[in-house]
Structure formats: structure tokens, C-alpha cells
Design a protein around this ligand. Structure first.
Ligand SMILES: [Zn+2]
Length: 203
């Protein structure tokens, strides 16, 4: 099987910006994959990365739906609401912060690869996948890896801001992509119904 997502990781432009300094070292064969640089994509030793599915919503709204009154101090907090109704608060770090900044990422089905440290309820997100219908008339869904992208500099970013390099606007980028292998292996063990229990009725 060809894995199309990988193709997108090959830098298209040898130009201006940070990552290119790496790519522009002794000319490598074009087939060599360049790994997109991400800060801290691994949890501290011994902590397992897991898949968390649901929708990211504002904590205040989620509490209100449950009849819990809360005051303004919660007004910026976002949480992942899982299919069974659990609320998992998200750490506003290099990856989770986008859910605080960008409402387009909220109130839609997502799958988040991330982890929780022992004793801490907060989710630290490492990868964001959106789950959308492939076709409005069908129930079939497509999983896409999400980040922000500068078309000029061809660099990914993980929060919404001006491009780190050219200071121009960046856009949302969605790439059809499988879950990482360390998640897929575990997901298989847990069996399929857990994948998207409320939507996917396909065989
Ligand atoms: Zn740029």
C-alpha cells in the first residue's frame, strides 16, 4: 500500500525558512523522506500515547448541558467531550492551544493522539485528526491529519498566527492519513466498535 500522506511531508520548496536549513544540507536523494520537525512529540518515559476521540467544546457549555452552573473563570477552558460523556480538559501547550484559539476546531468529531500524566486529568495533545463525512449523502467518514500551513514557505505550524518565517497568513491543512502505527496496533485489540460508535454504521 502506498501511504499518500508521506508524500506531503517532502518539502516542496527549498527556500527561506528554518526547516530548510536542515533540508538544504548535502544534497540528499529526493526520495529521502524529511521528517517534519515537531517539538516534543513524545511523552516523558513510560507514559503511553493513546487515542482520545470525541468533540472539543467549551467547558462552560458542557457543564451547562449537565446542569452544572459555573462562573466566568471557566470561560476559556476547552475540554474533549468523549462519546460516553466524559470531559477531559486540554492543556494549552504547543499542540493543544489551537483548540483554545480556533473555534473551527471545536464542535466537530476529532481523534487526538496524546497522553495524560499520572494524577493529572489534563490531556496533552500530540496529533490532531478530524473526522468528517467523505460525502454529505454518505455516512462514510474520512480521517484527516490537521495542522496549519504556509503555502509560501511550505512549513507546518500548530497554532494560528502569522507565518513564523514570512509573516504572511497561514491556512488550515487537512491530509487524509492513518493513525500512527503505535495507536493502530492498540486500537485493533480494542476492536472496531470503539472507533466511532455514534456515527459509523458502515460494515
Ligand atoms: Zn511563510
Amino acid at each position: 500500500m502506498i501511504r499518500p500522506a508521506r508524500i506531503f511531508l517532502v518539502p516542496l520548496v527549498l527556500g527561506l525558512c528554518g526547516e530548510v536549513a536542515v533540508a538544504a544540507q548535502p544534497a540528499k536523494p529526493a526520495t529521502k523522506k524529511t521528517v517534519t520537525k515537531r517539538p516534543a512529540n513524545k511523552p516523558p518515559g513510560g507514559i503511553k500515547r493513546e487515542l482520545f476521540a470525541g468533540r472539543v467544546v467549551m467547558l462552560g457549555d458542557a457543564l451547562k448541558r449537565r446542569g452544572v452552573k459555573s462562573t466566568d473563570e471557566f470561560s476559556n477552558q476547552v475540554v474533549l467531550e468523549t462519546p460516553v460523556g466524559e470531559l477531559i480538559p486540554i492543556v494549552p501547550d504547543w499542540r493543544g492551544r489551537a483548540f483554545y484559539q480556533d473555534k473551527r476546531l471545536r464542535n466537530r468529531p476529532v481523534e487526538l493522539v496524546g497522553y495524560r500524566r499520572h494524577g493529572i486529568p489534563y490531556l496533552q495533545v500530540l496529533m490532531v485528526f478530524t473526522i468528517d463525512r467523505a460525502d454529505k449523502r454518505q455516512k462514510k467518514t474520512v480521517r484527516q491529519y490537521f495542522d496549519y500551513w504556509c503555502d509560501i514557505c511550505s512549513i507546518p505550524m500548530y497554532e494560528i498566527k502569522r507565518c513564523e518565517c514570512c509573516q504572511g497568513p497561514i491556512r488550515m491543512r487537512f491530509q487524509p492519513r492513518d493513525l500512527p502505527s503505535y495507536i493502530r496496533t492498540d486500537a485493533k485489540l480494542k476492536a472496531k466498535p470503539a472507533a466511532s460508535p455514534n456515527r459509523d454504521a458502515s460494515p
